[in-house]
Design a protein around this ligand. Structure first.
Ligand SMILES: [Zn+2]
Ligand SMILES: [Zn+2]
Length: 269
């Protein structure tokens, strides 16, 4: 599942750091929890209010306290990965071997914990530094005891959650670049000429022709809608002068060209 999330993020072009921890099992978690309570109790004068409350309700959660003063104390707290039972320890080692063999970089974060008791063994989190500091974009792990908590038969389980809004912030969408020519007439009397010129221009370029005469503002809107690079319009003046009005929608420049110049116009110019 970690590999799958890694593949998804790679496909989307999103950089990440992968954090791993083991939360142990029924056998190794309770003695560790007691060790941690003992440690925190020794330092209880110096920890924050939230942590003081957590020691009684959910001691493991003190480890991901956001307070700097707490974190500097917990840096020396006993670590669960050093207190795992043989089974949890070898499974955690095996996971790391598999990730290393698959070329997936990870870091152990002993403060990556979960608040609920049905979580067990592997916990993982994909974080990005591109949206705020260390924002989690996906996280998951094992929750082998969940089904039992719901009165079911013991059923091992694993899963993850992904923040779609956060992913969307991180995806760099390919620039949808403009291309081709949009051509239109300002009034009925110039339409024939526009149709003829569009036909000729099409022999070498991509042309979208609008058969309905309309004012300049509406032509510009329509050209934008079809994502054309150039909006090319002929009105009464252009008809009389043998010219065509052209706006480059990319660099926003406007010019009036002779028909020859127009046929010779290339998008790279
Ligand atoms: Zn264990
Ligand atoms: Zn705290």
């Amino acid at each position: 599942m970690i590999m799958m999330v890694s593949d998804i993020l790679k496909e989307l072009g999103i950089g990440y750091r992968l954090k791993l921890n083991s939360l142990g099992c029924n056998e190794c978690m309770p003695p560790y929890r007691q060790k941690l309570i003992d440690f925190v109790t020794v330092h209880k004068e110096h920890i924050c209010e939230d942590c003081t409350r957590r020691v009684g309700t959910n001691p493991i959660r003190v480890l991901d306290c956001k307070e700097q003063k707490c974190q500097s104390i917990y840096a020396n707290a006993p670590k669960l990965i050093n207190n795992l039972c043989t089974e949890c320890d070898s499974e955690f080692a095996k996971l790391q071997t598999l990730l290393t063999q698959s070329g997936i970089a990870y870091e152990i974060d002993t403060h990556l914990v979960r608040g609920l008791d049905y979580y067990s063994k592997t916990a993982f989190e994909f974080v990005s530094d591109d949206i705020g500091s260390q924002s989690a974009i996906a996280g998951g792990g094992r929750y082998d005891r969940l089904v039992e908590f719901l009165d079911g038969r013991p059923t091992p389980a694993v899963g993850f959650a992904m923040g779609i809004e956060r992913l969307m912030e991180l995806i760099i969408m390919p620039q949808n670049s403009r291309d081709g020519y949009y051509m239109g007439a300002m009034d009925e009397s110039t339409l024939d000429l526009v149709v003829k010129m569009a036909h000729q221009k099409r022999s070498s370029d991509k042309v979208v022709l609008d058969y309905k005469p309309k004012n300049l503002k509406n032509h510009l809107k329509a050209a934008d809608k079809v994502n054309a690079r150039f909006c090319c319009v002929i009105g009464e003046d252009e008809l009389q002068n043998g010219t065509i009005w052209v706006k480059d929608l990319e660099d926003k420049t406007e010019k009036t060209l002779s028909h020859e110049e127009f046929y010779a116009l290339k998008e790279t110019l």
